[in-house]
Design a protein around this ligand. Structure first.
Ligand code: ZN
Length: 503
């Protein structure tokens, strides 16, 4: 007799169907798993045997063979423990075929029969739904994330024994709650908001524009000028996530193993150090895991002291900055992860940071300074929409009185919300910002008043703007117009946008 259980493993940003077939025959008792290439699944044998016995079931006293199909698919980790155990329970007559028909099962077993959560559960449930399964049984700790997929019946499983009872209609298993509790973004105690930063009026204005239009921004200035604080305050100005954005972000965090039981409800702020490996930033490694640029999807990727990052990492950022996704090649398989992040980067004026500081002497040589600036290559620099320089805050500004609590934050946040709504109305789509328009879309959708057009053309000649810079200036000007409540780009909007082009 042959038993067959349906399962799914994550495969890149999607999933693949797997069939777990069991067979037994006379001969010396043995337990073999065939049809896989990964050693980690061999460990499944011991877990499955112990889980079956410790849950009060009997393990067949025969030669048991489990075949995982398709054979050419490399199956990582412990995803198939549970289906293997069910195949064995069916072989030995403890379950019947009808108990598991048209259902899919995933889960890692512990030795005592408990079912442990898995990475990538959203991929798994989405694949089960597309394949037409009526029901999927997932580890109970994955239930919250699994519930993000609708259109398939999902059960949360705690132990092998409880699953058995449920399949025999003697127990009902938990299902996702009808009320998905999405938390709202609130200012957390201890987090940085605009009001905490004294002075820096121009820099705050630039951050407002950057957030409203999702523009990449580079902040230059000496150490201690508050560059990092500005970036953190900007993160708190990001708009709320839409439900579909929550699904995408949670899927990435689940695949990366950073969260298997929660729904991510806030925009990410990722802050990798310049010593982090290229793989951890871009993605890749043995299992082609998502990197920081994908973990920052729909949020901010903050690169502090960007010239300190290896050239190879900075060059690798160019493609995802353009395409909003990253393709990672691993053996003969290519995985594409979303990477639609807003880049906020900082740099010092020179390696020691004191160039131009009246109070400290800069010890760098001219060559060192040139090399430092050159690390940000032209093509990468061209992908940064806005450039600002911050100075140290004066003592006078430090002593200025503080307005009502969170006043500045609330005012700016409201203005940004209005500007984002304008973009949504203009483009008829959530999550499309001025910065994401193609040159063609800029020509089609954005309107400059004649004096703005004239200013742009003369500035373009004078500053020798590249085609990319030319369009980026219009996009930034449109965001300024949106913050101003204007549909058309006026001369003043364009003039302000040009101030953010300087290098
Ligand atoms: Zn220096």
């Amino acid at each position: 007799m042959i038993s067959k259980i349906h399962s799914i493993v994550p495969y890149g940003f999607e999933g693949k169907l797997v069939e777990v077939e069991g067979d037994q025959n006379r001969g010396l008792p043995a337990f073999n798993i065939v049809g896989m290439a990964n050693k980690t699944i061999n460990e499944a044998k011991e877990r499955v045997r112990s889980a079956i016995v410790n849950s009060g079931f009997s393990f067949p006293d025969k030669k048991v063979t489990i075949n995982l199909a398709p054979a050419e698919l490399l199956k990582d980790g412990a995803y198939l423990d549970l289906p293997i155990a069910l195949a064995i329970l069916t072989l030995s007559g403890q379950l019947i075929k009808n108990d598991t028909a048209l259902k899919a099962f995933v889960g890692e077993l512990s030795l005592n029969g408990e079912i442990k959560p898995l990475k990538g559960i959203i991929n798994i449930v989405e694949t089960a739904k597309i394949a037409g399964y009526n029901e999927i049984y997932v580890p109970i700790k994955n239930l919250a994330q699994a519930s993000l997929v609708s259109g398939i019946t999902i059960y949360g499983v705690e132990t092998l024994q409880k699953l058995y009872l449920a399949l025999k209609n003697q127990l009902s298993l938990p299902m996702p709650g009808a009320n998905k509790d999405f938390r709202r973004i609130e200012i957390k105690e201890g987090e940085v908001i605009l009001d905490h930063i004294r002075g820096q009026k121009l820099a705050k204005r630039a951050m407002e524009i950057a957030i409203a239009g999702h523009h990449n921004i580079l902040i230059s200035g000496p150490p201690g000028a508050g560059k990092t604080l500005l970036a953190k305050a900007a993160a708190n100005l990001l708009p709320e996530l839409t439900p579909s954005e929550m699904v995408e972000i949670t899927k990435i965090y689940s695949l990366a193993g950073l969260s298997t039981d929660e729904i991510i409800t806030e925009r990410p702020f990722r802050n990798p150090h310049h010593t982090a490996s290229a793989t951890s930033i871009i993605g890749g490694g043995a299992i082609a895991a998502p990197g920081e640029i994908s973990l920052a999807h729909k949020g901010i990727l903050f690169l502090d002291e960007i010239p300190e990052f290896p050239r190879s990492v900075l060059e690798a950022l160019r493609q995802p900055l353009e395409d909003k996704e990253i393709s990672i090649s691993r053996a003969n398989r290519k995985t594409t992860y979303p990477a639609d992040f807003m880049l906020v980067a900082t740099m010092n004026p020179c390696p020691c940071g004191y160039l131009g500081d009246p109070a400290h002497e800069c010890k760098c040589t001219e060559t060192q300074i040139q090399n430092y600036k050159k690390k940000l290559s032209g093509p990468l620099f061209d992908r940064i929409d806005m450039n600002i320089t911050v100075e140290k805050v004066s003592n006078e500004e430090l002593r200025a009185p503080v307005l009502a609590k969170n006043h500045e934050h609330n005012v700016v946040k409201n203005t940004i919300t209005g500007a984002i709504l304008r973009q949504k109305t203009r483009y008829g789509w959530d999550g499309i910002y001025n910065s994401s328009l193609s040159s063609f879309q800029v020509s089609q959708k954005l309107k400059l008043e004649p004096s703005a057009e004239k200013l742009l053309n003369s500035a373009s000649e004078k500053l020798n703007l590249s085609a990319r810079s030319y369009f980026k200036t219009i996009k930034v000007a449109q965001t300024i117009a949106d913050l101003d409540g204007s549909e058309i780009i006026k001369q003043s909007h364009l003039a302000e946008a040009l101030t953010y082009r300087k290098r």
